[in-house]
Ligand binder design. Structure first.
Ligand SMILES: Cc1ncc(COP(=O)(O)O)c(C=O)c1O
Length: 311
């Protein structure tokens, strides 16, 4: 169960968690017409700080535009509302879920008359694949489901309906006893996890599918590639053949919910424990998330706390 907090921001107002409800004929429920974000706020020495907040909200605005969902709230408004939400809920660290979706009004596919609702919820949520997975690595399975094709949908958008693809892959791998699914694209190249980007280490170089592949252009990915380059590693963005997953020295995944997770086994091929390069990058990434890496301080959007009133 989601751990409740007190308030949810809904269309410009703060609503009690249990009252943040919608009509069953909301368009998004029927057709998946929504776009969302997954963001994390970390407790740092300076206070709660949201990781790459503006980039996440800008991706939300772009996803909305790609699916013709006009937003009545600007990135700045949603950012301030989120800061206030974190303060009101008294959260020090949390997962943040902004969602914009077509609401109740018209039905049918061309429902321009239905309002586009915007909500932001925030609640405490630990590492998606577990803390142990981050230490020990996970077991993954290549999915029989292919990643959505750009010929039919928009892989670069984070749209609600698109996640049926991820859910099919995740359900298949979980039912088969694995921790996560790896999806190939239409052509059979390695694409990403069900909710994470993927990286291989081959001959000491970090290899990852290019952002022109059918991947979500992850914000963790962007951060990890910068960290890897800053640490002096060579990063190559190129197509990856399925068999390279089994031949790689190291494999890891990244996403806001999961953070950086080593992969120790794929399709029952043992890759060994988390490798050295994975460990080094993971440690620096964790430092960046938690405000311990001065060189990446600008990635953190500090949530100002009310100043103490004296007297
Ligand atoms: C399909 C998919 N790929 C990749 C990612 C990683 O993106 P990010 O690092 O921006 O969270 C996510 C998570 O949002 C995702 O859902």
């Amino acid at each position: 169960m989601v751990e409740k907090s007190d308030w949810i921001w809904m269309n410009g107002e703060f609503v009690a968690w249990d009252d943040a409800n919608v009509h069953v004929l909301s368009h998004g429920l029927h057709y998946g017409t929504g776009v969302f974000e997954g963001i994390r706020c970390y407790e740092t020495e300076a206070g709660p700080a949201v990781f790459r907040h503006r980039e996440h909200l800008e991706r939300l605005a772009k996803s909305a535009e790609l699916y013709y969902l006009p937003l009545e709230h600007s990135v700045d408004e949603i950012r301030s509302a989120t800061h206030e939400l974190i303060r009101r809920n008294g959260l020090r660290s949390c997962y943040i879920r902004p969602l914009a979706f077509r609401g109740y009004g018209e039905m049918g596919l061309y429902a321009k008359g239905s309002p586009v609702n915007v909500i932001v919820a925030a609640w405490p949520w630990g590492a998606y694949l577990g803390e142990e997975s981050k230490r020990e690595g996970i077991r993954a399975k290549v999915s029989s489901w292919r990643r959505i094709s750009p010929a039919g949908l928009i892989p670069q958008a984070k749209a609600s309906g698109q996640y049926l693809n991820s859910i099919l892959a995740k359900t298949e791998s979980s039912n088969a006893g694995y921790d996560e699914a790896i999806l190939l694209d239409e052509a059979g190249h390695v694409c990403e996890g069900s909710g994470e980007n993927i990286y291989l280490v081959r001959e000491g170089e970090i290899v990852t599918p290019p952002h022109t592949a059918s991947i979500l252009d992850g914000i963790s990915r962007k951060s990890i590639l910068q960290i890897a380059r800053d640490l002096g590693y060579t990063v190559v963005e190129r197509e990856i053949a399925r068999a390279e997953l089994y031949l790689a020295e190291e494999v890891f995944l990244s996403g806001t919910a999961a953070e950086l997770v080593p992969v120790r086994e794929i399709d029952d091929h043992d890759l060994g424990g988390p490798g050295e390069i994975t460990r080094v990058i993971q440690a620096k990434f964790e430092d960046a998330l938690h405000g311990r890496a001065q060189e990446y301080a600008e990635w953190l959007d500090l949530v100002e706390q009310p100043s103490k009133v004296s007297g």
